[in-house]
Design a protein around this ligand. Structure first.
Ligand code: LMR
Length: 397
């Protein structure tokens, strides 16, 4: 049986992570995988998570199964965090949700839901998008199509091209994956005005938004980062959302995520929730509880929540400060357009206008690690190595 298997290419992000780990050069700058880092390159456990772990250790009395849709307190507190307690679909009981195995598990459940509906919807993803979007969603069944998004010359969003493509080529009932904030891999987000145009556009063309909220809280803050999602959720009749706690709670390996669907009615939400449970049951039976229990503890406790949101503010502030420093260093050296892009983009990532060869040269000559696409994770830099980073970028350019 096994001899008929073909070798599969290693995932580019995971491969880069291993390559950077193996480099012991003191001048190494690892701007690869999308994890937050401190100045010394560590990815620590957040203080709020540590406190919640202590509480959980004392209070947890069983490891028995929870449910196919996961921890109820986690779902409730996360929905309130993402949408706000006053959000009309939430108050009306029109949002179905399930805890998922990370943001990826949430995307998978969303894709399974789309495919289960049987409408043969195609799923549109931006160009470029997170490298795992197409395999993760496409392997469920829907055809993956691409809409224009990032312009590697202007280093901004081609919003009119995006709308024109969807207008001409997408059919009613198709699903459009949109990064809610902190676009991965480019850091180029839709502006508030663009979301204001996009939401009625999607509604009028019968397109279903599928918002990927992997990095919320790390762009402009919790409220601003969920603006687009909230808007499409009240403008379009149906919306799907996949959120992750990997980045904003630094719970990466615990695999904590939430899938949600905003529906037309309470009855429909119950139906979709049942679907989520059944879909998860046949995939992995149920999601792991530990990380979700910690998130529920943090969000459900005023003091812990404050500790967490302060830490989140610090992480976001550090990345914004690094963006400013890199932008200044690039501007001084004459790279105005990249300097502008770095400061205008959000979250962990920016996509620099570098070729694969230039990225390889950065790695080989300077021990600087970034994705072959030119995606860099700004959190991997620090105040000390920014001048070296700026000089090296300009050197390979
Ligand atoms: C990334 O894009 O680097 C992260 O989301 C990690 C991953 O799983 O790809």
């Amino acid at each position: 049986m096994f001899e008929s298997l073909q070798a599969r290419p290693t995932d580019a992000i995971m491969a880069l992570m291993q390559l950077a780990k193996a480099d012991n050069s003191p001048k190494k700058i690892d701007l690869g995988v999308g994890v937050y880092k401190t100045d010394d390159g560590a990815t620590p456990i957040m203080e709020a998570v540590k406190l919640a772990t202590e509480l959980n250790y004392k209070e947890e009395i069983t490891k028995s199964y929870v449910s196919t849709i996961g921890n109820a307190a986690f779902r409730e507190t996360m929905l309130e965090l993402i949408f706000g307690a006053d959000y009309t679909p939430l108050k009306e009981g029109r949002i179905a949700s399930a805890q998922a195995t990370g943001g990826s598990g949430a995307l998978r459940l969303g894709a399974e839901l789309i495919w289960s509906a049987g409408d043969q919807a195609s799923v549109w993803v931006p160009t470029p998008t997170w490298a795992n979007h197409s395999p993760l969603i496409g392997s469920v069944g829907p055809e993956i199509k691409q809409y224009p998004y990032y312009n590697k010359t202007t280093l901004g969003v081609d919003f009119d091209d995006m709308l024109a493509c969807l207008e001409q080529e997408a059919k009613r009932g198709d699903v459009v994956v949109i990064h809610g904030c902190c676009h991965n891999p480019t850091g180029a987000d839709l502006s508030k005005e663009e979301w204001d145009r996009l939401a009625p556009f999607l509604r009028d063309h019968g397109l279903v938004p599928f918002v990927d909220l992997a990095y919320f809280g790390l762009g402009h803050g919790l409220e601003a980062d969920t603006y687009g999602l909230r808007l499409v959720g009240t403008t379009c009749p149906e919306t799907i959302m996949a959120a992750s706690c990997s980045k904003n709670f630094a719970l990466y390996k615990e695999r904590v995520g939430l899938v949600a669907a905003i529906t037309n009615s309470k009855e429909q939400a119950e139906l979709v929730q049942g679907q989520f449970g059944a879909l998860q049951r046949r995939l992995t039976s149920m999601p792991p509880d530990h990380g979700a229990a910690l998130v529920a503890k943090i969000l459900g406790d005023e003091k812990l929540r404050k500790v967490w949101s302060d830490e989140l503010d610090t992480m976001r502030g550090r990345m914004q400060a690094l963006r400013q420093q890199l932008s200044d260093a690039l501007r001084v050296q004459g790279a105005e357009n990249i300097a502008d892009a770095v400061i205008n983009q959000n979250g962990m990532f920016s996509m620099l206008p570098l070729s694969v060869e230039q990225v390889t040269k950065l790695r080989e000559d300077h021990s600087i690690y970034m994705m072959p696409s030119g995606r860099m994770n700004i959190a991997g830099a620090n105040g000390e190595n920014i001048p070296h980073l700026a000089t090296a970028i300009l050197d390979v350019l």
